[in-house]
Ligand binder design. Structure first.
Ligand SMILES: [Zn+2]
Length: 153
């Protein structure tokens, strides 16, 4: 199984009612219509396999990098609102997922155009291209905790 997309509650209920999907997670509430009650679906599984063509990668932008790194500075762990090129662009660093991290203004400023080993800093993680949480929007994943086990960052 892999995450496909986010659908509206209305669409989710129709998918379940028509047998096109089964409910994997519900938040415990019931939806009532005149004749039936159905558990409010939070995660569905389609009953038929859908082949998903290769996805277009999510580009690293300020928004998506901050989302991938959970708005935490890669250097000090504080709140981040800028993007830093680990290997600075002025020194040949490329604007790609493996070379960008979220950084706070202070660390970004202190690091400037230096390389990490020159100032004795290191990254706590290896920057990678994100998977689904960014494509879906981390905010929406956070707002629905039951999704987290299906949407791996
Ligand atoms: Zn910082």
């Amino acid at each position: 199984m892999e995450p496909l997309c986010i659908v509206s509650l209305r669409r989710a209920v129709v998918l379940v009612m028509t047998g096109k999907a089964t409910v994997l997670e519900t938040d415990g509430r019931l939806l009532h219509s005149e004749h039936v009650s159905v558990p409010l679906p939070v995660v569905l599984c389609l009953t038929r396999y859908v082949h998903v063509p290769v996805r277009r990668p999510v580009p690293p932008t300020r928004r998506t990098v901050l989302q991938r790194d959970n708005h935490r500075c890669a250097y000090c762990g504080g709140g981040a609102d800028t993007v830093d090129h680990v290997n600075p662009r002025s020194r040949g660093g490329r604007h790609e997922w493996t070379n960008v991290v979220a950084a706070c203004v202070r660390c970004n400023h202190r690091k400037a155009d230096r390389l990490l080993h020159e100032i004795g800093w290191e990254l706590a993680f290896v920057p990678r291209a994100p998977r689904w949480s960014v494509a879906f929007g981390t905010t929406s994943v956070r707002s629905e905790p039951l999704w987290s086990q299906y949407v791996v960052a």
